[in-house]
Ligand binder design. Structure first.
Ligand code: AP5
Length: 214
């Protein structure tokens, strides 16, 4: 199965990716995670990416597409299927992805377009906590760890992402509406788009997705 997870910041793409990885053994390709890895390198590029992410701005199509192309062509075994999370984010990236996947004869089959109300997204983002060690996702109200500040799965420390503050969230939402939402029409035209009501609880979102993928 070859899937794109599309939707605004905080809608639950990463959360759903965890389920799809466990249930369908899909490889998870998250450009946000790849870029956060780059920021850990003390390099001019790493610092530039960090600055853009902190502002809630997009990294250039050229750089992100290059990172994805490397993964698809050399880095991963994609024979069991895969899902893109946070990519594509512009129509240019969507066109580039089609070309990359065409070259490995593995086109996208379905695009899960998750949507939720703005107040729901804001609550999810401001309450999100992430494990520093394994990347597991938590929430101060909706997914509380057994021991505060500690990951249930690996014992790692939970932290709040630098871009999960009110000012950056506002820019991220604006960028999503201006640059990313046109992708919805791009995939609708290809007949691959499936709409998911992501206002629902995580278990109901999973059920809706499972019904589409079966
Ligand atoms: P990225 O890391 O991709 O962030 P994002 O798209 O803004 O999405 P998030 O990770 O914030 O949210 P999510 O939808 O995964 O929600 P989650 O499952 O965590 O990108 C970050 C930055 O990197 C960008 O701003 C940009 O600068 C750069 N970048 C990345 N890709 C790029 C690209 N292709 N081109 C250019 N730049 C790029 O859920 C959120 C919270 O809600 C969690 O706490 C979770 O537990 C909770 N939750 C989830 N679902 C539910 C539910 N149904 N009910 C209750 N709680 C829920």
């Amino acid at each position: 199965m070859r899937v794109v997870l599309l939707g605004p910041p905080g809608v639950g793409k990463g959360t759903l990716a965890g389920y799809l990885k466990e249930t369908y053994h899909l490889v998870h390709i998250s450009t946000g995670d790849m870029l956060r890895e780059e920021t850990k390198k003390d390099s001019p590029l790493g610092r530039e990416i960090k600055s853009l992410m902190t502002q809630g701005a997009l990294i250039s199509d050229e750089l992100v597409t290059k990172l994805v192309k490397q993964k698809v062509e050399h880095g991963l075994d994609l024979t069991q299927g895969f899902m893109f999370d946070g990519f594509p984010r512009t129509v240019n990236q969507a066109q580039d992805l089609d070309v990359i996947l065409e070259s490995v004869k593995a086109p996208i089959e379905v695009v899960l377009n998750l949507d939720a109300d703005l107040d729901v997204l804001l609550k999810r983002l401001t309450g999100r906590r992430v494990c520093r060690k394994c990347g597991a996702l938590y929430h101060v109200d909706y997914k509380v760890p057994a021991c505060e500040g500690i990951c249930d799965l690996c014992g790692g420390e939970l932290y709040q992402r630098a871009d999960d503050n009110a000012k950056t969230i506002q820019s991220r939402m604006q960028v999503y509406h201006e640059s990313t939402s046109p992708i919805i029409a791009y995939y609708a035209k290809q007949g691959k788009l499936k709409k998911i009501d992501a206002n629902l609880e995580a278990a109901d979102v999973r059920r809706a997705v499972a019904a589409i993928l079966k």
